[in-house]
Design a protein around this ligand. Structure first.
Ligand code: SF4
Length: 280
């Protein structure tokens, strides 16, 4: 979709720094840590250093903003794929302030801030949790326990879009009560990586049903490395996982596993009235 991002639901990706500390089961196979190691960095854990960038890096979003303005469009910017913007670490405070400056300077970009630490969003926000209108604030939840814990913190914030990313989905989740209470986008996806865990298709379907029932857009990002055995295939290949319900999942390359759920893609996005926002 985007010219500098392979992530399906964003045009651009921006990282204010690289590095993080694991906080939950969803972090087990953190792809960012794997990627950082491949490029020679040891950036994970409370004692490891973080990687910071110079002014050329920070200028990129200004160029995207200019282009969006000239084309009279908007670009979504995912922040961050190699860090958690709200990590607790005093050293990061000035970099967060720099990020808030950048967000204010780029009104033609929609910044998607996604965190597993929503309990810190109010504390870290320059705007006391009343986020600028070009910020979409989201939290990642992987199972019912993290949904129950994190979504209420997300909902303490005011943002044009408050979204929940259920990826990697490692258990069934019921978020019905939050969908009528201010969550206005649901994303779901499976896990990628060498020891990735399969997601039962019914967990995805159940989330989709909850979202559609509440008129909340649903976006199915990907299966990850496991996708359901296709109908008509008599014998499962050797790399299969069978859930107790009998559902057979096949381990594949992430691209071969694809992003079809029940025969189609689900690429729904929130509808934002930007003209109305600008007029405020
Ligand atoms: S919070 Fe995100 S970036 Fe940080 S360790 Fe977990 S998965 Fe990786």
């Amino acid at each position: 979709m985007g010219k500098n991002s392979a992530i399906e639901w964003t045009h651009h990706t921006f990282n204010p720094w690289w590095g993080c500390t694991k906080v939950s089961h969803a972090c087990k196979l953190c792809y960012a840590e794997v990627w950082a190691k491949r490029t020679g960095g040891s950036l994970w854990g409370p004692k490891a250093a973080r990687r910071f960038f110079g002014e050329e890096h920070w200028k990129q979003p200004l160029n995207w903003d200019l282009e969006a303005r000239e084309r009279r469009t908007r670009f979504r910017v995912f922040c961050a794929s190699m860090a958690d913007v709200f990590e607790y670490r005093a050293e990061l405070n000035p970099w967060r302030e720099k990020l808030w400056d950048l967000i204010e300077a780029t009104p033609n970009l929609d910044w998607l801030l996604l965190t597993k630490r929503p309990q810190r969003t109010l504390l870290c926000s320059r705007w006391r949790g009343s986020w600028p209108r070009n910020v979409w604030l989201g939290t990642t939840v992987e199972n019912q326990a993290t949904a129950n814990e994190r979504i209420p913190f997300l909902l303490e914030n005011e943002a044009v879009v408050r979204f929940v990313s259920c990826e990697p989905l490692i258990g069934p989740i019921n978020i019905q009560r939050f969908l009528g209470g201010g969550v206005n986008w649901v994303i779901a996806g499976g896990e990628s990586g060498g020891r990735s865990r399969p997601s039962h298709p019914d967990w995805m379907r159940h989330l989709r049903a909850q979202a559609l029932k509440a008129n909340v857009p649903f976006n199915f990002k990907q299966w990850g490395n496991w996708s359901p055995l296709e109908p008509g295939v008599a014998k499962a290949p050797s790399r299969a996982h069978v859930f107790p319900s009998g559902e057979v999942m096949i381990r594949k390359n992430k691209y071969a596993a694809g992003r079809m759920l029940d025969g189609r893609t689900w690429d729904q996005f929130p509808t934002i009235d930007h003209e109305a926002i600008r007029a405020v």
